[in-house]
Design a protein around this ligand. Sequence first.
Ligand SMILES: *[C@@H]1O[C@H](CO)[C@@H](O)[C@H](O)[C@H]1NC(C)=O
Ligand SMILES: *[C@@H]1O[C@H](CO)[C@@H](O)[C@H](O)[C@H]1NC(C)=O
Ligand SMILES: *[C@@H]1O[C@H](CO)[C@@H](O)[C@H](O)[C@H]1NC(C)=O
Length: 386
Amino acid sequence: MRAQLLSVALVATLVSAEPWGHPSWQSKDSCIEFFVSVPVDTVTYPPLFPPFANQYEATENLLQSTSRTAPPATAVLGEPKNISTTFKISAKYCPPAGHGYGESVDTVLLLTHGLGFDKSYWSFEFPPGDPSKYSFTAHATPKGFATLSYDRLGCGSSEHLDPYNTIQAQIELATLISLTRLLREGKLHHSVPVPKKVVHVGHSWGSLLSNGLASAAGDLTDGIVLTGFSHLVIYQQWFLHSTGYHLASLNQPKRFGNFESGYLTWGDQVYNQYSFLTWPFFDPGVLKFAEDNKWPFTAGEFLTGGFVPVVSPGFKKPVLMMVAEFDLIFCGANCTGIVSGPAHQVFPDADLQIYEQPNTGHGMNLHFNATGWYDVVFDWVKSHDL
Ligand SMILES: *[C@@H]1O[C@H](CO)[C@@H](O)[C@H](O)[C@H]1NC(C)=O
Ligand SMILES: *[C@@H]1O[C@H](CO)[C@@H](O)[C@H](O)[C@H]1NC(C)=O
Ligand SMILES: *[C@@H]1O[C@H](CO)[C@@H](O)[C@H](O)[C@H]1NC(C)=O
């Protein structure tokens, strides 16, 4: 199964050495973006209800699925059907600072973004063009790490497929597993070398998928970093409620006008703040920028989140849980003291460390002190010889 290279979208210039001292971030983007065909063999769970015909039906679906007497998600899903297909995924590779393309690397950090974003979450520039405050990748590469980020299905430049049947959690997990295999086999792109180690780093939904990879295909990773995440699921309801299931096509018609009705989002930047940010620890300009550039989630994702396996007995590799002190979605806005117990049950055999980043809400990367938690992650990776 040789990955077919579809196109090389962008080749930027390499960063030249800085003769006047070394900033801790890379000021010029030396990354390449490309499409990769990712083969996936898994199952889809077809919803038993028809696609939402309009906003009223979408909001009614939310009301029913969050009802006091709501049936489990499995009650509205049909029998699983096999799917065997290939997805066109948009990926971005950043070599360690000073490295050329294809030059060997020790460690690739494989980054999976959460709901509401695309892969630019990991190289967020604000003000636009300035990577010094919010770009994880621009801070990782001077530390000697390569990064590989990608747009999850339905987001950014990756394929925008059926939001009911195809953009489902277990299909996204299968995509991450297959993408990781291609990376390890050197089949991603001619400029992406086979790394010695792969560390999976997720945010939120991306952490769920990275945890799922540890559980389902633990041999494919050398360690995982789960940011903006916990194993407590009840507070996710608060996020769901707050979205009202706005149809993305009506919410941002210029960007999403032709997206199917199963592509959903929250109403506006007030709700974005409620779910993702904690005041006064963010710049209002960052909130507006994130809202203007947000990506929808799908009806299929919410129905199938429970199909991602998390419990990982026998997984003995290092795990860092980087939780946000005031995370609404995973901690009901206070993570202190409630994350560790469930995490140890999920990872009974792992080398597990839990770190609580202060003064930060769920959207960890969009707060003032984002570079503070980057350094904790980089130090943790290095201290585990990853
Ligand atoms: C679906 O896939 C499973 C596992 O690969 C296989 O055992 C089964 O026969 C397949 N079902 C169909 C209908 O093809
Ligand atoms: C968060 O929860 C912890 C433990 O339950 C409690 O001690 C602490 O006061 C809470 N923090 C806030 C800001 O309420
Ligand atoms: C910034 O983050 C670092 C790493 O977690 C932490 O040590 C520091 O106290 C944080 N600073 C503030 C002001 O929150």
